[in-house]
Design a protein around this ligand. Sequence first.
Ligand SMILES: Nc1ncnc2c1ncn2[C@@H]1O[C@H](COP(=O)(O)OP(=O)(O)O)[C@@H](O)[C@H]1O
Ligand SMILES: [Mg+2]
Length: 277
Amino acid sequence: MGALAMMKQDGVAAQPHPTAAPRLRVEEVSLRYRTPDGGVFSALDKVSFEVPDQQFAVIVGPSGCGKSSLLYLTAGLAEPSDGAIFVGGQKVEGPGADRGMVFQSYTLFPWLTVRENIEFGLKRRGMPAAERKDIVEYYLNEVGLKAFAENYPKQLSGGMMQRVAIARALANDPQILLMDEPFGALDSQTRLQMQQLLLRVWEHSKKTVVFVTHDIDEAILLGDRVYVMGARPGRIKQILDVPIDRPRNLDVVMEPEFIRMKRQILGLLHDDLHEAH
Ligand SMILES: Nc1ncnc2c1ncn2[C@@H]1O[C@H](COP(=O)(O)OP(=O)(O)O)[C@@H](O)[C@H]1O
Ligand SMILES: [Mg+2]
């Protein structure tokens, strides 16, 4: 477990500290698209927020409010029209291994086995084989795929593929994990299993996460804080702390705090629907 101990040490910089910069800072970010008729569409309008270290942040909002755009900008796959994004105090100027991504669509390398997919980034970084092995074993175990290590993605179910994607992202020990509706394509039963798994894996890793969803239950179940977005133009309407202790399990959906918060978020999203019409 030498490599793992080291990996945890790498995380020392990630310890909460009163003077430390937030893990993610989005500063007055606007994103405009040109429309075919020569006009301008404002996808994000002066969005500002911070995500502290080791926080599980969930962004919830209606379809088209700019959630994916915000993640793409943070990943460095697109550039804001105005404003800037900082990860660990560094301005985002392109893609980088310091930001792990898990998308809704399956993004595994089909020609690599489960093990090789998880190992991919570590190998590319030139990590010695013994160290890589420790880390890969650890994450295979975390996501319950030890028995499938030598399988290829096409031999896996959708839920299993997403478990590999999560393991692959975490194995790289990114500063921040960006997840764009990662369970959106799964059936509801698998989705619940995946939420449970992510809760447990996150308890162990305490990575800073930005998780995008339009599912309110998922947002409250997973998040420390919920960032509610509105559309036209895309903006943050409200930031709410989730007053539910961890560790959590799927039963929390029955708790009064959960229901109260769900009602509050529904209200915020409904306001937006009315404004739009
Ligand atoms: N490349 C693009 N060109 C023009 N408009 C786009 C482009 N990408 C996204 N949009 C628009 O920007 C808005 C925000 O999109 P997106 O970030 O995908 O929203 P969400 O993920 O919240 O559903 C949507 O109205 C979408 O149609
Ligand atoms: Mg989206």
